[in-house]
Design a protein around this ligand. Structure first.
Ligand code: S3P
Length: 428
């Protein structure tokens, strides 16, 4: 599919409510499925990734009912999961694949995971290696490095694992396996990654010990069903934060945005790059801080983004790169080699696609160097099947001098199915 994005010459005004957080929606379904009793999830993200998670647990016999953005899960405990008679299809979702592996490892049945072409290229040894240290029996392409993966459920024992990368998916997979293991499981990481698993396990009645860079659980704990109110996804809001800052004569309000400190690296960058914004109506919902953003057209400045800021904004780097093309001065992004193993190699796809529109981005091994102040022109560009690249390019089209043709825009429904509706609502 190709979507023609006319050079809009618009300003952005008005307000939108940001859809539910992808990371939290996945976890709410997974934890509700292994909990005892009913779990109700409000403001569930109806993106394709989270729907893949629902289908995987339905295939293991869990009763899950969905009416628009409310999901009800009738959990029967971890031992209530049944051996799936079909492949578990994770679609495009790395979070589904990695977190579910941690659960499947400790079952007493056999299961097989399969996903799309992008999933088949994503590294899975980062979870299969530590899970095997716990006793897991996992096999797959290239000795368990890639999907399809087969899991023969097995008794697990707790470990202390030092992860070489700061990754919430690795940490979560090991902690979820740890709940069903004998003894204590600890995960240490080089920088703190998002902590939604730790917070939400607490809400489901599991005791988790955590500090700056480690988290631990004792095995043998059970989850109790609960109610989860999912905050809006700051990673989705980021596209409109940048749109509001770069489109002339704009001022927009983004309601209900999650402000978990492990996710707010983008807010630090707004400050560093001189973006005019305010956070209003700050509150706490279901253990997660939430607020509304007001953002307006800004005189943007270049900056350097590196170190422990990276895990706090890893999914926002494509849209930050676009912001940097409109800044005064250069922006340097480093320590972000993880971008190379996301839905696409995002260092390469960001540079290739934005440079087609006139940007001046030099990819480096672990980041990129972005020259500021480059006017953008029209052209034919491609999401490469990556939702965040698709949305970043659609935002870029708001400031191009002529029309943009975006290939594979349908990828956007992975995390933000109402993205184009929201963009139309704000465009004046
Ligand atoms: C996620 C963690 C991040 C992020 C992904 C969602 C999660 O990946 O990029 O979109 O829900 O745990 P890593 O933990 O691999 O960095």
């Amino acid at each position: 599919m190709t979507k023609v994005l006319e050079s809009q010459k618009v300003s952005l005004k008005g307000e939108i409510a940001i859809p539910g957080d992808k990371s939290i929606s996945h976890r709410a379904v997974m934890f509700g499925s292994i909990a005892e009793g009913k779990t109700t999830v409000h403001n569930f993200l109806e993106g394709e990734d989270c729907l893949s998670t629902i289908e995987c647990f339905r295939a293991m016999g869990v009763e899950i009912n969905r009416t628009e953005d409310v999901v009800e899960i009738n959990g029967r405990g971890f031992n209530g999961l049944k051996e799936p008679s079909q492949l578990l299809d994770v679609g495009n979702s790395g979070t589904t694949t990695r977190l579910i592996l941690g659960l499947l490892a400790g079952t007493d049945f056999h299961s097989c995971l399969i996903g799309d072409d992008s999933i088949a290229k994503r590294p899975m040894a980062r979870v299969t290696v530590p899970l095997r240290l716990m006793g897991a029996k996992i096999d797959g392409r290239e000795n368990g490095q890639y999907t399809p993966l087969a899991v023969r459920g097995h008794a697990l024992k707790g470990i202390t694992y030092e992860s070489p990368v700061a990754s919430a998916q690795i940490k979560s997979a090991i902690l979820l396996a740890g709940i069903n293991a004998e003894g204590k499981t600890t995960v240490k990481e080089p920088h703190k990654s998002r902590d939604h698993t730790e917070r939400m396990l607490g809400a489901f009645g599991v005791e988790v010990e955590s500090d700056e860079t480690s988290a631990s659980v004792e095995g043998g704990q059970t989850l109790k069903g609960t109610t989860v109110n999912v905050p809006g996804d700051i990673s989705s809001a980021a596209f409109f934060l940048v749109a509001g800052a770069i489109v002339p004569n704009s001022r927009i309000r983004l309601q209900n945005v999650g402000l978990n400190p492990t996710r707010t690296g983008i807010v630090d960058v707004l400050d560093m790059m001189n973006v005019k914004y305010k956070i209003e109506a700050e509150r706490v919902e279901s253990g997660e801080p939430v607020g509304d953003f007001v953002v307006e057209t800004s005189d943007i400045k270049g900056t350097e983004i590196s170190g422990d800021l990276i895990p706090r904004l890893i999914d926002e780097i494509p849209i930050i790169a676009l912001l940097a093309t409109q800044a005064e001065g250069e922006t340097i992004i480093k320590d972000a080699a993880e971008l190379r193993v996301k839905e696409t190699d995002r260092i390469s796809t960001v540079a290739t696609e934005l440079n087609k529109l006139g940007a001046d981005i030099t990819p480096t091994e672990d980041g990129m160097i972005i020259k500021g102040g480059t006017p953008l022109h029209g052209g034919n560009i491609d999401s490469h099947g990556d939702h965040r690249i698709g949305m970043m390019l659609a935002v870029a089209s708001l400031i191009t001098s002529s029309k943009v043709e975006l290939e594979r825009p349908e990828a956007i429904s992975v995390s933000y199915p109402t993205f184009f509706e929201h963009l139309a609502k704000l465009s004046r």
